[in-house]
Design a protein around this ligand. Structure first.
Ligand code: URA
Length: 196
């Protein structure tokens, strides 16, 4: 797949062979970066294992660390609102993050943390094999892409596979005015997942 993207620092191919359950086991035992030291729970995936659309967020926050479920707090409510707006059914999407452990004080993951966790991210993407990847914000873009994307402009990665960068739901919490722009970007791209 031509993702125009970073190559993994570790071998994500080995992880792909383990399947999604094997990846979960590897994440649970992972101590490759300091983030694991304060993690109450590793936060791995929410949603379908055969998603049409895959959302990639930044990192678990407090609620996610406590529950082990991606986007289950306030930003998650906004994401759920967007998913409703996109008219996606429960079995049509999945949500993952660039790193699986909560960074202290909700800071952004460092470049090194992103690089260490990237093989898990890439292996999850390969196994989930979505038609559309939605990068939620700049950190997801940084984790997945070498060159910057334009907000809301879909990139065709290979036949039938698209990549789009949208605003992170937390940004919409603090600037509700961005919600209108987010919905416009969704409207522009909805043909990618709504094949009517
Ligand atoms: N923000 C994220 O990027 N991911 C989560 O899981 C929750 C909040």
């Amino acid at each position: 797949m031509n993702r125009n993207c970073n190559t993994p620092a570790m071998n994500s191919g080995e992880l792909v062979k383990l399947g999604l359950k094997g990846i979960t086991a590897r994440v649970l035992e992972c101590k490759k970066c300091p983030l694991h030291e304060n993690a109450t729970n590793k936060v791995i995936i929410r949603g379908s294992e055969r998603p049409k659309v895959l959302f990639i967020g930044e990192a678990p926050g407090k609620n996610e660390d406590e529950s082990g479920i991606p986007f289950c707090g306030r930003a998650g409510k906004v994401l759920d609102e967007l998913i409703d707006y996109m008219a996606l059914e429960e079995n049509e999407y999945a949500i993952i993050n660039t790193v699986k452990c909560r960074p202290p004080n909700n800071r952004k993951p460092t470049h090194s943390e992103l690089k260490t966790c990237r093989p898990f991210l890439l292996a999850q993407i390969e196994l989930l094999d979505p038609e559309v990847i939605i990068l939620l914000g700049n950190t997801a873009e940084q984790a997945f892409c070498v060159s910057p994307l334009k907000w809301g402009e879909a990139v065709n990665m290979q036949e039938g596979k698209y990549l789009v960068k949208l605003y992170h739901p937390a940004a919409l919490l603090y600037r509700r005015s961005l919600m209108e722009q987010q919905k416009e970007m969704i409207d522009l791209n909805k043909k990618l997942w709504q094949k009517i």
